[in-house]
Design a binder for this molecule. Structure first.
Ligand code: NDP
Length: 319
């Protein structure tokens, strides 16, 4: 497993990591989640991604219990949570990044994990109703009080991040270290264009999500939604149109020919392609079963096989 610096910070994360959205809770209980995490650790994965809102807090509880079951020493892994959506239906606990919410959310998250600190905490979305300065101060305090080591954002705009950097610089506060954007073969503009100045100017690191576009890039949605897949799960109907898009699935058929030439699976090609971007610190994988994770972790050696010729062939297919 290769390890990359999280942006300009000194923290090293495995280039492939594991997240728990959709899976921990609805698809994987403590035992199966522990097995999946054990396989990830054996392969060298050191970063596990989570969020307060995943399964209403249950995902953090399961991950915390799995860490305990596996007896992972605290120094050996990096674990995250994200705040914004909230799990309690009151004006100050939903869709907010205000000071009260953030400083209470971290404590509740630590309790669910059964840990005394996290490594990474993210503002899960921007909040237009809280001044960015208030959010930066609150995140700074979470880091200063050792409840987390680094903070960052998820799906913020480059403009909002630039404002956050300015506040942090003015008041000598801990600044955002990483962003968590969607990044995959079908969704690339934010990472490749909008954020381009931030890597050099601010040392922004990326922990990217949905490398398989929720499974579309495995090729399994070519003939509709298979039973037992994310597209068939109750509550995820909103994904159906994108998963079964004729145009996207046509591209996947063409990309699969590239994967065949490299003697890898379509999933492995899609994951390796994300990691081939050097601004990506870690590609967060998702897996609803062990066999998927094993297949996906084997994408790591494919990264080096993505020559400029293959990358431009992929670009031609993607259009
Ligand atoms: P992917 O796009 O890789 O989708 C993962 C899903 O695809 C799996 O759960 C599984 O679903 C299916 N799959 C994976 N591998 C295979 C395979 N080899 N063959 C067949 N099917 C496969 O990633 P996610 O969307 O899960 O995102 C990864 C992580 O990113 C999340 O866990 C979370 O930590 C983070 N994330 C962050 C967001 C944010 O806003 N910051 C938003 C979304 C995710 P199934 O078997 O059910 O079909």
């Amino acid at each position: 497993m290769q390890y990359r610096r999280l942006g300009r910070s000194g923290l090293k994360v495995s280039v492939l990591s594991l997240g728990s959205w959709v899976t921990f809770g609805p698809q994987l209980g403590v035992d199966s989640a522990s097995k999946v995490m054990e396989a990830a650790v054996s392969a060298g994965v050191n970063f596990f991604d989570n969020a307060e809102a995943y399964s209403g807090g249950e995902s953090e509880r399961i991950m915390g219990q799995a860490i305990k079951n596996l007896g992972l020493p605290r120094y050996s892994y990096v674990v995250s949570s994200k705040f914004f959506w909230g799990i309690h239906d009151t004006p100050n606990t939903k869709f907010t990044l205000n000071r009260k919410y953030l400083l209470e959310a971290i404590d509740a998250s630590l309790e669910r994990f059964g840990l005394d600190h996290l490594d990474l905490v993210f503002c899960h979305r921007p909040d237009p109703n809280t001044p960015i300065a208030e959010t930066v101060w609150a995140m700074h305090e979470i880091v200063s009080s050792h409840k987390a080591h680094y903070w960052g954002t998820s799906e913020w705009s480059a403009a909002a991040l630039t404002e956050a950097y300015a506040v942090a610089e003015k008041y000598h506060l801990h600044a955002p270290v990483m962003e968590q954007p969607e990044y995959n073969m079908l969704h690339r503009d934010k990472v490749e264009k909008e954020f381009a100045p931030l890597y050099e100017n601010h040392g922004l690191g990326l922990t990217t999500w949905s490398p398989l576009a929720s499974g579309l890039l495995t090729g399994k949605y070519a003939n509709g939604v298979p039973d037992g897949s994310r597209g068939a799960l109750a509550g995820y109907e909103w994904l159906k149109d994108s998963l079964t898009s004729v145009e996207a699935n046509r591209k996947v058929v063409e990309l699969t020919k590239v994967a065949n030439r490299l003697d890898c699976t379509m999933s492995q090609l899609a994951i390796a392609w994300c990691a081939a971007n050097k601004n990506v610190s870690t590609v967060i994988l998702g897996a609803s079963r062990l066999s998927q994770l094993e297949e996906n972790l084997a994408a790591e050696p494919i990264i080096e096989q993505l020559t400029p010729e293959i990358m431009s062939n992929i670009d031609e297919i993607l259009g």
